[in-house]
Design a protein around this ligand. Structure first.
Ligand SMILES: *Cc1c(COP(=O)(O)O)cnc(C)c1O
Length: 499
């Protein structure tokens, strides 16, 4: 039977590159400080070009085998060595990975296998504050570890150390603290959590994916930062993403362990097949040397002084943004943001007076918040909506980078205007008929027709494309129970990647 060819006949390189460049036009800008999530812009001239050249120089190198490509061992020892010097203790060992998710996956795997070997735990548990990154739940799901979620303090959004300690049992393989959490940017009480873990012989991972490369430099720039790294007694592993505040291109993170004994449990070795003897430190087998090389180049180029100056710029952006947000009517900043991450919510009623730091003027208004995000998007800004969870309010999240410093005043000006506009709009509500229909659905047994009905209701039906305004979709999502939310998210993304 004749079929369509898989590919065109071969197109000129210039034409292919032109199409790729054109595709980028619909994307949020990754440089220039107007996209307040997902992207990290140091604002340094030439840094992107350096990373690209370094990547290109190593793109064809296979990081799978450092005995054939010794450059890989040299670069990885340099990069992990820098992380260990900044965040480790003598004897610390680690691995370069593709990102925070992989670092966390590996830390949980190492803890699971360590618990089995050393403590005989066959049904391991992972104790987490409710603000821990979703990657821990992913790791738990992938690795057959049971997550035990401990609510955080509803005022500070920090982990509740006493409640975490109380959740530790003879089955706990690993306990987690964030420095800081992604959602609210607050640092958990690492020392207390690690001490409680240590007292019970439990391993403790600090998720410094986002904070690890900025907190030490904020300290160097004169800010006060509580101890959070491997030097804290009881902390046994730590993750830090170089593709965040180290400004490397995406695909760069490090997981660090107290010692070689612990790191050993992360490795996978296999000699029971007729192919080459396998030892994989990470999830991937074949991997490009390019990502490691670009991370190495960026670290070497920016250097200690550079990172200190960049951290200072982020702190300046954060100070100015926080002051501006706190002067906006009805806006409440959540918690005490430590390092360039800010989350705020908005109250429904117009109180007519500035709210002042931390003062609660009224209930958070989800519809208003999402209208605000949509209005800001129309003005060319991306702020990240985060839904309500377990009594914690819905909010908008901003990740600040050095490139955002010059944008703070413009952002605050547009925010005030967008907030006024959002208040004038009709609130988005969930159709009660849809809510009732959705409440009766069982996510386990949901059929394609029911899924299609809910997605169509939300304006995400077949062929509808991505909606211009996200508020109606997110209001609906917020109202649904967790498992149904997760099923619909999967269906929705499945419809985006439609083949
Ligand atoms: C980004 C982040 C992660 C996950 O990292 P990815 O690089 O997106 O895989 C984990 N924890 C925290 C605190 C993060 O900010």
């Amino acid at each position: 039977m004749p079929t369509d060819p898989a590919l065109p006949d071969g197109r000129p390189a210039a034409e292919v590159l032109a199409e790729l460049r054109a595709l980028r036009r619909a994307d949020a800008p990754t440089r220039g400080g107007r996209t307040f999530a997902y992207v990290y812009d140091a604002g340094l001239d030439g840094l992107d070009e350096l990373a690209a050249e370094a990547y290109t120089a190593f793109a064809t190198v296979n990081g799978l085998d450092p005995t054939v490509f010794p450059s890989v061992a040299r670069l990885e020892n340099d990069v992990v060595g820098a992380v260990a010097a900044l965040l480790g203790t003598p004897g610390a060992q680690g691995t370069f990975t593709s990102g925070g998710t992989e670092s966390i996956l590996l830390a949980v795997k190492a803890a699971r296998d360590h618990a089995r070997t050393v403590r005989g735990i066959t049904a391991p548990r992972l104790v987490l504050p409710s603000t821990a990154h979703a990657a821990f739940h992913k790791a738990a799901a992938y690795l057959g570890v049971e997550p035990v979620v401990v609510p955080v303090d509803p005022v500070t959004f920090r982990a509740d150390a006493a409640a975490m300690a109380a959740a530790l049992t003879d089955r706990t393989a690993l306990v987690v603290a964030s420095a800081p959490s992604y959602a609210h940017g607050v640092i958990d009480p690492v020392a207390e959590i690690a001490a409680a873990a240590s007292a019970r012989g439990v391993l403790c991972h600090v998720d410094a994916c986002i904070g690890g490369w900025i907190l030490p430099y904020l300290r160097r720039a004169g800010r006060e930062v509580a101890p959070f790294d491997l030097s804290v007694p009881g902390v046994t592993s730590l993750s830090v993403d170089l593709h965040k505040y180290a400004y490397a291109d995406k695909g760069a993170s490090v997981v660090l362990y107290r010692d070689a004994e612990l790191r050993r449990h992360q490795y996978f070795a296999h000699a029971g097949w007729p192919g080459y003897p396998v030892v994989n430190p990470t999830v991937q087998g074949t991997k490009s040397g390019g990502l490691l090389a670009q991370a190495w180049a960026v670290l070497q180029h920016v250097g200690e002084e550079g990172y200190t100056a960049l951290a200072g710029r982020v702190a300046e952006a954060s100070d100015r943004l926080l002051a501006g947000l706190r002067s906006l009517d009805g806006v409440r900043v959540l918690g005490d943001p430590a390092a360039g991450l800010v989350a705020f919510t908005v109250a429904g009623e117009d109180t007519g007076a500035p709210t002042g730091a931390g003062e609660d003027t009224g209930a958070p208004d989800l519809s208003l918040l999402l209208h605000l995000a949509d209005e800001m998007r129309e003005l060319g800004w991306y702020l990240q909506p985060q839904l309500s969870f377990d009594g914690l309010p819905p909010n908008l999240h901003l990740t600040l980078t050095p490139a955002t410093v010059g944008q703070v005043d413009a952002l605050l000006g547009d925010l005030a205007a967008a907030l006024a506009k959002a208040r004038s709009l009709e609130p988005v509500t969930v159709d009660p008929a849809l809510a009732a229909f959705a409440a009766g659905l069982d996510p386990q047994t949901l059929g394609p027709d029911e899924v299609a009905a809910v997605l169509a209701f939300a304006g995400l039906g077949e062929g509808a494309g991505l909606p211009g305004r996200m508020a109606p979709v997110l209001v609906l999502l917020d109202a649904l129970p967790g498992p149904l939310k997760e099923r619909l998210l999967s269906e929705f993304i499945g419809s985006v990647f439609r083949i």
